[in-house]
Ligand binder design. Structure first.
Ligand code: CTP
Length: 399
């Protein structure tokens, strides 16, 4: 957890992008931050306070006065409490009010009382963003020391395409990491990650594959990018996309394509993580034509693929770290330890298919990390994002 103990006020305003505030809160809380949400009155038309209070684990603040207790919500206390105030999404109205000190709601009074850094993530239609008034207000906010998280370009709620989308929560998270960790743990480290399954062609319409979703490898890529690493993510066919701008995705299909890319890149990286479920066998002679039922002799001859992890283990220099995975169904630790040494890994992440919620098709995983010095660490069942954190922490210890 990289935001342990950090106190963050999240200001939510009236914008279609308000739903992204929910995702943002989850990410912040997962990283250990304490989040208090302040909503403008109109934001409640877009997302309910109940959703945001449940996710943040703290009552959402919106009114100056608390009707039930008769107390008032002190924007001064809030402003002093926070290590960071983030307004996301920030509507044109809220930006205008912030820029001009129009303190007619709790979000603006909190902003005016805040002594911490303030980040603003605008979200609006492209013409509103482009309007001189908005531009002037944003530039005023910049000049007075606020940090603007530039909106991204893409399809907007209006159906128009252009600049105005609130930046992705994962990217905002990484910017927050930047703020708090001027010394990022993996700054300028070059990392190679394999992810997903491989598809081994039988004929132009059929293949041998597996159920790997790629989630574990992609989570690792996002976490490590957040810590300043440059990532080459070599992925087999998956339905997910990497978000962080420091992740370069290289899409491959087969084990041999993955092998070629890994060999090409390995010499230039500091860390390589083999999270892909690489096929161990591939058809010896894939048919160039679709195999017809009446011509098929019901046997597909297979040959072994290259063991990418093992090959990289042979090439590994002393200043490189190589991490592997082992998904086992029996004799789990013994099998994992065998792989750890035969592939010359620095540590192996073991998950057992006998544990409920672990393995390919889940969003959760239960791992054991075994390193080459025989240190064994067992972890609870967690989301793959949290598991990725544990793996990154182990890598940081080795560095
Ligand atoms: N691996 C690899 N290339 C292969 C096979 C496996 O890079 N051709 C990597 C995986 O990405 C993983 C580790 O090796 O990090 C262990 O993979 P696994 O399939 O569990 O082990 P295998 O060596 O293939 O052994 P087995 O399938 O017999 O368990």
């Amino acid at each position: 957890m990289f935001l342990e103990g950090k106190k963050i006020i999240l200001g939510v305003t009236g914008s279609i992008a308000a739903y992204k505030a929910a995702i943002l809160i989850r990410l912040l809380v997962k990283e250990g931050a304490e989040v208090k949400v302040v909503m403008t009155p109109s934001s409640k038309e877009f997302i309910t306070p109940l959703t945001l209070s449940t996710l943040s684990g703290s009552p959402v603040l919106s009114e100056f006065f608390n009707q039930n207790s008769g107390d008032w919500n002190s924007h001064v206390d809030l402003g002093l409490w926070a290590d960071l105030m983030l307004v996301a999404p920030a509507s044109a109205t809220t930006i205008a009010k912030m820029a001009n000190g129009i303190a007619d709601n709790l979000l603006i009074t909190t902003y005016l009382s805040a002594r911490c850094p303030v980040m603003v993530a605008p979200a609006m239609d492209l013409d509103m963003l482009n309007h001189n008034s908005t531009k002037e207000n944003i530039s005023k906010l910049k000049k007075t020391g606020n940090f603007i998280i530039e909106p991204a370009t893409g399809e907007l709620a209006s159906g128009l395409i252009g600049k105005g989308r609130m930046e992705a929560p994962e990217v905002i998270l990484s910017i927050i990491f930047d703020l708090f960790n001027s010394k990022k743990k993996l700054k300028s480290k070059r990392v190679l990650i394999t992810a997903g399954p491989t598809f081994e062609q039988i004929d132009p319409v059929r293949f041998i594959g597996n159920y790997s979703s790629g989630k574990m490898g992609f989570e690792l890529a996002e976490k490590m990018a957040n810590q300043g690493a440059d990532i080459k993510l070599i992925t087999g066919p998956v339905s997910i996309k990497a978000i962080h701008p420091s992740i370069e995705t290289i899409a491959v299909k087969s084990a041999s394509e993955m092998y070629i890319e890994c060999i090409k890149l390995f010499k230039d990286v500091d860390i390589a993580i083999m999270a892909a479920a690489v096929a161990d066998f591939t058809p010896k002679e894939p048919s160039v034509e679709k195999i017809k039922k009446d011509k098929f002799n019901k046997v597909i001859e297979l040959v072994e693929t290259k063991d990418i992890a093992k090959e990289l283990g042979l090439l590994k220099k002393t200043n490189q770290i190589l991490v592997g995975f082992a998904l086992e169904t029996h004799d789990e630790s013994a099998n994992a330890i065998k792989k750890l040494f035969s592939k010359n890994l620095d540590f192996i992440v073991l998950n057992s298919l006998n544990d409920n919620g672990a393995g390919f098709s889940h969003d959760t995983n239960k791992i054991t990390i075994i390193d080459k010095n025989n240190n064994i660490e067992h972890f609870e069942l967690k989301s793959k994002a949290e598991v990725a954190n544990d793996i990154v922490t182990k890598i940081c210890q080795l560095l």
